[in-house]
Design a protein around this ligand. Structure first.
Ligand code: NDP
Ligand code: 2IT
Length: 447
């Protein structure tokens, strides 16, 4: 088995040696899915995984735009169209200076499995730019988004590829992107998700990733006859996913101790309650400030500069910022402080070594492709409502989201339960996600 995995990975490394994040994502899948392929004749010998690691299409383009001082700026735009076996490409757009082909290929690859798990008909894709939205005026953001879409529009469409938000892309950016797409195509369609509520957006989409992550954590805790109620929860990030994960933890009776951004984290021993969270939402979403400014209103809290929050004692940890933000030593600290459950809101926030530590300790651990799938699932529900030209109530969408998270939990348990009863959600998510896509690829032939 080891040899099967290694010879596959050697090939992938040879072709993608300069893409560490992509290789990290592929290694995790290969190690869990190849043993399953080897045991199942219908998948064996068909190079399905080799086909899945090669994007169907990778588009890279120039984005030139003019900043407020009249200077011409040039950024790089991308769309990775990874796999369309079970539906149109679907996945977010990330605007962050670190964006490159490796990061977008890892995200697009994970998205294929995640979207398959949602039970909805969506293929996988991801895109974005190395554009840094920090410190830009609304007009600069608009000009950049318009320039970006003036090229991307050729490659997407409601039945082809449906982008959404991710780091640095929220409702404001989706608005500008949608406006330019509509102008160029002269069509009002559901070509993007995460739209505003008055122009085709779905209720609960802004909340969905964070809420879904906590619903998933609840499902895992239920297997131990436990709940979020009364639990101390450490959260990283303070963007879309972190904010709504915090909101749901509070609604379910948990205590939120931390939030963070790339400058450091805040620790509030008294708990970040609903009023404090409303302050954070205004600070981050309207004023676009830094999390350290929390202390100006809540001086009892502490700001720990340049650090991640994993050193704080907690029952539950929700990494909701970015990839590889939780490393082996962080995992060991969390474990020695008594953490029993880690549910990833971000994509690939835990390193391979950190996951191995969680598995060794046999705590509840959910990989992002399962636990953060509520966001894209609700995007899928937005696509359905757009196609129907109809709008479901908040309660209807929330109930569908809960059902989907519960179904994902069930699929992970079905494929991921070890002989001793421990659920390896990484293995479960990878195999369950793989099976549906692989079956579709086999049915469609070599294309
Ligand atoms: P936002 O842009 O709203 O927030 C991102 C947060 O993470 C900010 O607090 C940001 O801090 C922090 N962050 C970003 N990059 C880094 C970094 N390199 N180091 C430390 N902190 C960082 O993005 P989202 O909340 O939407 O996304 C967060 C994560 O969740 C990402 O991994 C994303 O892929 C994933 N995700 C998002 C979904 C969605 O629907 N939005 C769905 C599923 C997953 P700062 O402001 O300082 O950069
Ligand atoms: O990583 C993700 O799943 C997202 N950023 C959301 C994608 C989407 O299409 O809603």
């Amino acid at each position: 088995m080891k040899q099967n995995i290694e010879s596959f990975l050697d090939l992938v490394r040879e072709r993608n040696g300069h893409e560490p994040e992509f290789l990290q994502a592929v290694e995790e899948v290969a190690e869990t899915v190849i043993p399953y392929i080897v045991k199942h004749d219908i998948y064996y010998g068909k190079n399905i995984l080799l086909r899945m690691v090669e994007p169907e299409r990778l588009i890279s383009f120039r984005v030139s735009w003019v900043d407020d001082s009249g200077e011409i700026q040039v950024n790089r735009g991308y769309r990775v169209q990874m796999n369309s076996a079970i539906g149109p490409y679907k996945g977010g757009l990330r605007f962050h200076p670190t964006v490159n082909a490796s990061i977008l290929k890892f995200l697009a690859f994970e998205q294929v499995f995640k979207n398959s798990l949602t039970t909805l008909p969506m293929g996988g894709g991801k895109g974005g730019s190395d554009f840094d939205p920090k410190g830009k005026s609304d007009n600069e953001i608009m000009r950049f988004c318009h320039a970006f879409m003036s090229e991307l529009f050729r490659y997407i469409g409601p039945n082809t590829d449906v982008p959404a938000g991710d780091i640095g892309v929220g409702t404001r950016e989706i608005g500008f992107l949608f406006g330019m797409y509509k102008k160029l195509k002269n069509e009002f369609t559901g070509v993007l998700t995460g739209k505003g509520l008055t122009w085709g957006g779905s209720l609960i989409r802004p909340e969905a990733t964070g809420y879904g992550n906590v619903y998933f954590a609840q499902k895992m805790l239920e297997t131990k006859n436990d709940t979020i109620k009364g639990k101390s929860v450490v959260i990283s990030g303070s963007g879309n996913v972190a904010q709504y994960a915090a909101e749901k933890v509070l609604q379910l009776g948990g205590k939120v101790l931390t939030l963070s951004d790339s400058s450091g984290y805040i620790f509030d021993e008294d708990g970040i309650d609903a009023d404090k969270l409303a302050f954070v939402m205004d600070l981050k979403n309207v004023k676009r400030g830094r999390i350290s400014e929390y202390l100006e209103s809540y001086p009892n809290a502490k700001f720990i500069k340049g650090k991640t929050p994993w050193g704080e004692k907690c029952d539950v940890a929700l990494p909701c910022a970015t990839q590889n933000e939780l490393q082996e030593e962080d995992a060991n600290t969390l474990l020695s402080n008594g953490c029993i459950c880690v549910s990833e809101g971000a994509n690939m926030p835990s390193t391979k070594e950190a996951i191995a530590a969680f598995h060794k300790a046999k705590i509840l651990f959910a990989p992002g492709k399962a636990s953060n799938a509520g966001g894209v699932a609700t995007s899928g529900l937005e696509m359905t409502q757009n196609s129907l030209r109809f709008k479901w109530s908040r309660e209807e969408v929330d109930n569908k989201l809960k059902d989907i998270m519960s179904d994902i939990h069930k699929s992970c348990s079905e494929y991921g339960t070890d002989d001793d009863g421990y659920v390896d959600y990484v293995k479960g998510a990878n195999i369950a996600g793989f099976v549906k896509v692989a079956d579709a690829m086999l049915a469609q032939g070599i294309v």
